[in-house]
Design a protein around this ligand. Structure first.
Ligand code: PNS
Length: 159
């Protein structure tokens, strides 16, 4: 089992692509939503989890959970040592490298597995999608339909 942690504010098709591909390697994946990420979130923890549940409900090998505090402590509680992270461009590399080294410093047996994003999602992130959506830009095809709808509600526009 792998733990796929993140803010997921909100989940995107890029996240779902990594998840689907990871399920060809791992027997199950638990998406672990950070309760208190370093950034302020648009969606509450419960909203972020609900959007993930909705977007993955057909897959019996996907579990949705949340965690407070250190990721490595959560991973230990789940009795695994595998953290899954998606990687896009080189710009992700430094931060991901830093986090994986820190996590391994905190807990020696942690292994972070990186999967490269599909080229289709290379330029997308939850942040840039929220920015486009906040100005009424079309984000169809970049996020699950339910997320598209919720973003419209949050930003109060119709398209
Ligand atoms: O989707 P994100 O925002 O890139 O996810 C980052 C996240 C939530 C995985 C990372 O910030 C995290 O693990 N936070 C929990 C605290 C922690 O363990 N930090 C890393 C070691 S200091």
């Amino acid at each position: 089992m792998a733990i796929y942690p993140g803010s997921f504010d909100p989940i995107t098709n890029g996240h779902l692509s990594i998840l689907r591909r990871a399920l060809t390697i791992f027997d199950s994946v638990t998406i672990a939503v950070a309760a208190n990420p370093m950034k302020n979130t648009l969606f509450t923890l419960e909203e972020r989890m609900e959007l993930i549940r909705e977007s993955t409900k057909k897959d019996k090998k996907v579990f949705v959970d949340s965690f407070h505090g250190l990721l490595v402590d959560y991973v230990k509680r789940k009795e695994t040592n595998v953290i899954l992270r998606g990687m896009r461009a080189l710009s992700d590399f430094e931060h991901e490298f830093q986090m994986s080294l820190m996590n391994r410093k905190l807990r020696r047996n942690i292994q972070t597995i990186f999967m490269m994003t599909d080229y289709k999602w290379l330029y997308t992130s939850s942040t840039i999608i929220k920015e486009a959506a906040s100005y009424g830009g079309t984000i169809k095809g970049l996020v699950p339909d339910i997320v598209c709808q919720k973003l419209k509600e949050k930003y109060g526009y119709e398209s």
